[in-house]
Design a binder for this molecule. Structure first.
Ligand code: CDT
Length: 312
């Protein structure tokens, strides 16, 4: 019997700066009902799905910043989503800004099972952008200012009949993200993203944003023999264009479903988790073929070593 997990990737169009959480949650509930009608077991929502992508603005007032964060999960604002999911018997993954009781800020995501219980939490490790206001930019990318790097590693959870890991947006560009989960036998990596089309430090790469988005996720899937589901917040949000390209990727690296718009849109695919073994038992059989002694620089250094012969 194949282990089929029917997955819905729920892309969101833009969320305005003054849009309420109630409105964002209502949009997600509508997508969740569609997902249920199409037989899904799991719905994946984007990064920071409850608010606009606020790191594009420089803010100093702690209260103004904290207004974009959740002090509890679930809370009253998101309860309709949790209750709907439980009623429909669906799991979901939701990205949000987490403010802990002791005052720490993380870019986080939770995995919720079909009974409405939070069965996994992830805190974004790779924080892109900068810490201070840089007025030369058409918009800011202040994730380094508003969040701390995640402190939970890249855990893999036994949930919904599979081995599921999470990462968030910029994490997908780093092979280490996928490999750490691959080494735990991951079968599905779910992630959300907010990726501007325009990259101010190297605008000559703007036309490659969609290509790089799929390149890294397809590579992560294939090189670790895992399903990958990448979900965008897309479209023109407060004057900033965000890429779409929400997709579901098989363990072979092939895109099997992809959104066609830049708005609220759902795609669904029956993902056979046993297909991971086609790759994990063969070309990327880690136990048979990896040579970790030759990879020591990966954990021993942070920046590139450019001296001659620095291979171990
Ligand atoms: N949200 C997020 O991580 N976005 C980045 C934008 C590029 S870096 C400024 C990304 O990696 O897609």
């Amino acid at each position: 019997m194949p282990r089929i997990l029917t997955i819905a990737a729920a892309q969101l169009g833009p969320i305005a700066r003054d849009e309420s959480r109630a409105s964002a949650v209502a949009r997600m509930c509508a997508l969740m009902r569609q997902a249920s009608d199409r037989g899904a077991h799991l719905v994946v929502f984007p990064e920071l799905a409850l608010t606009t992508f606020f790191p594009r603005w420089y803010m100093e007032d702690p209260a103004a910043i904290d207004a974009y964060f959740e002090r509890q999960m679930p809370n009253a604002d998101v309860l309709p989503l949790f209750e709907l999911a439980r009623g429909l018997g669906l799991g979901f993954c939701l990205g949000y800004g987490e403010l802990t009781p002791d005052g720490h800020h993380f870019n986080a995501a939770v995995l919720v099972d079909a009974a409405g219980a939070i069965v996994g939490k992830y805190r974004k490790v790779h924080l892109p952008g900068h810490r201070e206001n840089e007025p030369w930019r058409p918009f800011q990318h202040l994730e380094k200012r508003y969040f701390e790097p995640g402190n939970l590693g890249f855990p893999v959870f036994e949930a919904l009949g599979g081995r599921i890991g999470m990462c968030i947006c910029n994490d997908r560009r780093w092979p280490e993200t996928f490999r750490v989960m691959g080494l735990q036998g991951v079968e599905l990596v779910v992630l959300g993203y907010n990726t501007p089309v325009h990259y101010p430090p190297a605008p000559e790469h703007d036309h490659l944003q969609d290509f790089h988005n799929h390149l890294v996720m397809q590579a992560g899937a294939y090189q670790n023999g895992t399903w990958v589901v990448g979900v965008a917040k897309a479209g023109r949000e407060e004057g900033c264009d965000l890429i779409g390209g929400t997709c579901i990727i098989a363990p072979t690296g092939e895109i099997v479903a992809q959104c066609a718009t830049l708005g609220d849109e759902l795609i669904v695919h029956d993902c056979d988790l046993d297909r991971c073994r086609e790759i994990q038992d063969n070309i990327f059989n880690f136990a048979l073929h990896r040579e970790p002694e030759s990879y020591r620089l990966i954990t021993e250094t942070k920046g590139a070593q450019r001296g001659p012969g620095t291979t171990s």
